[in-house]
Each structure stands twice: as structure tokens, then as C-alpha cells.
Design a protein around this ligand. Structure first.
Ligand code: GLN
Length: 282
């Protein structure tokens, strides 16, 4: 099979994709798997692939057809200009989450003293690593309940030469955490099972533990993190959350119950209320 035949097979098989998307996916895979660059692909349509290469690229076609994310196929996802390693043990970093990180960076552009930051439910480590990379005053810790996610963090820490410390911690258990912080950030699992029909098909390959909040208490993680902040957040500290836009009313209720009234909500680029900043004044 030559490149042009392969391109056509991809276009026909991936009929949910536009031609452009299909070609783009194929080019990415040819580049990642066999080091064939985009120019080579374009100017050598008759180039024949070897048997083993064809097997590999057709296997991937099959997966893509079933909405398997290309990011898992190539084990890479770009997040704020850095390439993070991803696999099925972690959520694929989202562009919305880049906006959350940018908000924190923007708010702290002028600082001249060290700030201790914790990212709770860090997943691939993308928030923690980006924060520490783009603000030299941040001393950042990332925690997660999943050991497999922490293995991914370690790969990213090495790959992006980051100083972030990662450790295992289950926020639900409310165990003592010996350090205090100036900033808490979290993008915890916040989808609910009744949303499963309305969300994209590709999430079905992502870890449920990273996506879904407990049905009986969809805001459990927010409550636990607010509890954590009562002991582990320094005075004049901040909490930044990524939130589910469908739960604003309930989130406001939790804020009121905890006397947290210095709060700012922020829209994501899709115009949905996706982020929340809580300022603690005392
Ligand atoms: N933002 C993710 C999504 O929409 C959900 C991530 C999460 O639960 N924190 O798929």
C-alpha cells in the first residue's frame, strides 16, 4: 500500500471526520511512528510502506474509527507549549485548563516572594508543571490518588525538567497534610453520570476516576478541598477551581455555607462558567 492509497483508506474509513482532519491525523501518525515528515508525505504519494508499518497504521485507523483519542495513540498532548506524555491512566489535558493556569499566572505576574502551590488531583501533572515552569516564585506540589497517574507525572517531570514534587494523597480521606500553601488549585473529577450521553465519545477511553464525581455527591471534591484549605491554606490565600458549569447554584450554596464571599467566576472560551477563584482574606 502506498501513501496515497492509505490516505484514501483513512478518508473513507474516518467518515465522521472532515477530509482535512483525516489527512491531519494520518500525517501525525506517519510522522510519530515512522518519522516521515509532512513534506515527504506530500511529495512522495507513491511511497510504499512496509508490511509492519501498514499493520501498525491500520490498527490505529481502527482505533480512531472508534473514537480512540489520537493523543493516546501518540502518547502526547500539547499543553501551554509543552509536550506532556499521556496514556490511558490520565485525563487528556484540555484547552480550558490552559485558561485556568493562565488565570493564576496572570494574577501572580508581579510577585517577588515565594509562593507555595498545591495542585490537587494533578493527573498528568500539566497544571502543576506549567505553573512552576512559568513562575519562578512558585514552589509547587502535585498530589493525586492514582499511583498510575503519578507515574505519568514522573515522566513529565523529567521530560519538562520540572522541580514539582508529586505525591500520593487522597483528598477524600481528610488525612493530615503537613505543609501549608498560599495557592490551592484543582481540576477535580466533576462530570456526573447523567451527563454521559451529552459528552463526547472520546471520554469513554479516559479514566473514570479522573472524570466522574460520585453521583450521590457530585461536589464532594470541592467540599473536601475547601475543608483542606481551612487547615492548609495560609492567610490571604487563594483557591482556584475548574468547575462544572451545570452546578453553579450548588457551588454557590457551598461557598455560602463556608462563609466564602470573596469569589470570582470566570467563563471559558466557549462562554461557559468554568472557573472559580476564592480569595481568603484572613
Ligand atoms: N473538563 C473535562 C471534560 O469536560 C472533565 C474533567 C473533569 O472532570 N475535571 O471532559
Amino acid at each position: 500500500m502506498n501513501l496515497i492509497e492509505l490516505r484514501n483508506l483513512y478518508r473513507i474509513t474516518l467518515n465522521d471526520f472532515s477530509i482535512r482532519e483525516s489527512d491531519y491525523h494520518l500525517n501525525i501518525l506517519l510522522n510519530e511512528y515512522f518519522n516521515l515528515d509532512f513534506t515527504f508525505i506530500n511529495i512522495n504519494p507513491a511511497h510504499k510502506l512496509e508490511e509492519s508499518q501498514i499493520n501498525k497504521i491500520l490498527k490505529s485507523l481502527d482505533k480512531l474509527k472508534n473514537n480512540y483519542p489520537i493523543d493516546y495513540l501518540i502518547n502526547k498532548k500539547l499543553f501551554l507549549d509543552n509536550e506532556f506524555y499521556v496514556n490511558e491512566d490520565v485525563l487528556i489535558p484540555r484547552p480550558e485548563t490552559e485558561e485556568l493556569v493562565n488565570w493564576i499566572l496572570e494574577d501572580n505576574r508581579e510577585i517577588k516572594d515565594k509562593k507555595r502551590v498545591i495542585d490537587i488531583a494533578t493527573g498528568s501533572g500539566c497544571i502543576a508543571i506549567s505553573l512552576s515552569l512559568y513562575n519562578k516564585y512558585f514552589e509547587t506540589v502535585g498530589v493525586d490518588i492514582s499511583r498510575k497517574a503519578l507515574d505519568v507525572c514522573k515522566i513529565n517531570k523529567k521530560r519538562i525538567s520540572s522541580k514539582v514534587n508529586f505525591s500520593e494523597y487522597d483528598i477524600r480521606e481528610e488525612k493530615i497534610f503537613s505543609e501549608k500553601f498560599d495557592i490551592i488549585v484543582s481540576n477535580p473529577p466533576y462530570l456526573t453520570l447523567n451527563e454521559i450521553l451529552t459528552i463526547g465519545d472520546n471520554v469513554k477511553f479516559e479514566p473514570k476516576i479522573a472524570l466522574f464525581a460520585p453521583s450521590e455527591d457530585p461536589l464532594l471534591y470541592y467540599k473536601k478541598i475547601i475543608n483542606f484549605s481551612k487547615i492548609n491554606l495560609n492567610k490571604k490565600g487563594y483557591i482556584y477551581f475548574e468547575i462544572n458549569p451545570l452546578y453553579i447554584r450548588e457551588i454557590n450554596q457551598i461557598l455560602a455555607e463556608n462563609n466564602l464571599n470573596d469569589v470570582n467566576f470566570k467563563d471559558d472560551f466557549r462562554g461557559k462558567k468554568r472557573f472559580l477563584k476564592i480569595t481568603l482574606n484572613e
